[in-house]
Design a protein around this ligand. Structure first.
Ligand code: PLP
Length: 368
């Protein structure tokens, strides 16, 4: 059967309708109290998010990309330094390094988990390497122990790009406290999404916390006294207030994503469809449900004809982006990341997908 209606890749309206009364009420409160930038609503969210991640501190900022930039600054990364980054990630992981004047150095991903391949990191390390940025890609924790071991061996710091992985667990513990810092995005489409731009950093280290608070606020701890060159990267009060509401639902939404993912994993039996392998240490929150197929153009055409909207995450690996042409990478440098870029397809995945819609996605794919 052709899906009876178009099954969207993501539909944020359904969630908004569920939360509308709470969201509009708190919006009024924020506006009435004039707490527009930073302030008590952000502080309340920061405390709740730190508790949720099991970390000592959380800092709200204006988006996930600046979270990465601030983490690099707090680690003292700057011009001349190198940061190890998986080639298969959203480009913003690399911006974190570039925006502080450092050079992203890419590594290939594992052929089965599609995450940073820890066994390939050592060969990319030079005397300029400062940091390894691992990415919990598509909501699934990467092999933290393996990355941490390389970092320790070479006296490097490592951070988590957790932009896609709010609530995901590594060996039973939520991500966010494994690296020196973890960077989150609250972009609207994320598992925990604001109603506008927002991001955050979690850490168990007080000095990073103090430094990021200063950097995000014009390099200032006391108003009109500026200890260093800083930035305006504060979180909006409204986003803090809305995120506090949504944080109360995140586990429920993640559980629903996991249930949908389990059905895709068990019931999509088409042998031409490959899925991300999930090692025992990883409990994914399925920000995205990515599969690979040999003939992607044909598969995408088929899905479209059958009313299923798919995504591509991501069609060009970081090392082959035009923005990084000057770094001198070539096609063939990272075969796994390149394979994924050419063959990946993201299936509809969000908590409000109905069972009937999930049935239809499964049925359509099995008939391909
Ligand atoms: C892996 C990853 N890192 C960083 C970011 C950047 O976050 P933002 O869009 O909030 O700047 C995103 C999301 O867009 C992401 O998916």
């Amino acid at each position: 059967m052709v899906a009876t209606h178009k099954i969207p890749f993501l539909d944020l309206r359904k969630q908004y309708h569920q939360l509308k009364d709470e969201v509009l009420k708190v919006t009024e409160e924020v506006f009435e109290s004039n707490a527009f930038s930073g302030g008590p609503y952000v502080a309340t969210f920061e405390r709740a998010f730190a508790d949720y991640c099991g970390t000592s501190h959380a800092m709200g900022v204006n988006n996930g990309t600046t979270a990465l930039q601030l983490a690099m600054l707090a680690l003292g990364v700057g011009p001349g330094d190198e940061v190890i980054i998986p080639a298969n990630t959203f480009i913003a992981t690399a911006w974190g390094a570039s925006h502080v004047g450092a050079t992203p150095v890419f590594v290939d991903c594992d052929p089965n988990t599609w995450e940073i391949d820890a066994s390939k990191i050592a060969e990319r390390i030079t005397e300029r390497t400062k940091v390894i940025a691992g990415v919990h890609l598509y909501g699934q924790p990467f092999d933290i122990a393996a990355v941490q071991a390389v970092a320790e061996q070479h006296n490097l710091r490592f951070i988590e790009d957790a932009a896609q992985a709010h609530g995901a667990r590594y060996n039973g513990t939520r991500v966010g406290g494994f690296g020196e810092m973890a960077c989150f995005s609250f972009y609207p489409g994320k598992n925990l999404g604001a109603y506008g731009e927002a991001g955050g950093i979690t850490t168990n280290h007080r000095p990073y916390y103090d430094h990021v608070l200063s950097l995000r606020n014009h390099g200032s701890q006391t108003r009109y006294y500026h200890d260093e060159i800083g930035y305006n990267m504060r979180m909006d009060g409204l986003q803090g207030a809305i995120l506090s509401i949504k944080l109360r639902y995140i586990d429920q939404w993640n559980a629903r994503r996991q249930a949908i993912a389990a059905r895709y994993q068990q019931e999509i039996t088409n042998p031409g469809v490959r899925m991300q392998q999930q090692p025992g240490f990883a409990e994914s929150v399925y920000h995205l449900f990515v599969v690979t197929v040999e003939n992607r153009a044909d598969f995408l055409r088929y899905l479209e004809e059958n009313n299923i909207v798919a995504g591509l995450h991501y069609p060009v690996p970081c090392h082959l982006q035009k923005a990084y042409e000057s770094l001198g990478y070539h096609k063939g440098d990272f075969p796994q990341a390149e394979y994924l870029a050419e063959h990946c397809v993201s299936l509809p995945m969000f908590a409000e997908l109905t069972d009937e819609e999930v049935n239809q996605v499964i049925d359509v794919i099995n008939r391909y």
